[in-house]
Design a protein around this ligand. Sequence first.
Ligand code: ZN
Length: 313
Amino acid sequence: MTMKRSIVIKSFLLLGAALVFACVVSARKPLKTLIITGQNNHNWQVSHLVLKDILENSGLFSVDFMISPEKGQDLSNFLIDFTPYHLVVLDYNGDNWPEETMKRFENYAAKGGGIVVYHAADNSFPQWEEYNKICALGGWEGRNEHSGPYAYWSNGELIRDNSPGRGGSHGRQHEYMMIARNSEHPIVDGLPNRWSHAPDELYDRMRGPANIASLLYTAQSDTATGGSGREEPLVFTVNYGKARIFHTMLGHCGPTYENNPAMQCTGFQVTLLRGAEWAATGKVTQKVPKDFPTSTYITYRYDYKEALPEGVK
Ligand code: ZN
């Protein structure tokens, strides 16, 4: 072999090794995630830390925060740079963002950004048309028939109902059954069709543009617990241009990090993680964990970590 040829082969080998190394590194590199919070009618001081821990404990995400000034304060400097992020998690329900931030968020979505709408984030910004399209459904803050139809599951299909009335309510917190309405979407592929959710609010009578792409889970809102009597859409993806949007209405935050059953529910955490990965990448690489709840029992991850099999540390 000539010296020259040997150098060429060695160079190819080195290049190959570098490519393999780059692939391994990029596969392990956490997805850059931004949680936006700082105002909420909920306990955001706890929820944003819990969301961060759920996401980071999976090893798939690295989380930054943008925390707004308090309600009623000047938000004109609350400018957000969305460009570094694979994923934006909305845990904000409060005063209007500056127009520049609104415009940047719309651009982030339009360019195919990944977004998670978490619980009361869908209460926010009732007058911001694009935001309401990003959520598909919202509630409270004066929402009514002008916000869009009600959406609920009836006789095997998603009904959009334009009848007048307020948008958004819920009965008392209770345990309820999550029912899959799509078993093929990567977010739910392999998960049981029915699983028991920890005590949580069950949002009902939500309304909005109702541009739901894939309805993943509904739950029956029982009038006995103060609900609507309808089968309510609670977890879904949203049809909004190139954006990948996962909306979960679950996960009402409890009083403390340790006393927080709706967010400690394994079902909430696993669907959040799968929805977040899908929103960020378009794929779900997570296996169905052994501790996932079933139709007959609820499971919890009190420390927001996947329970490891016995003997593994
Ligand atoms: Zn709530």
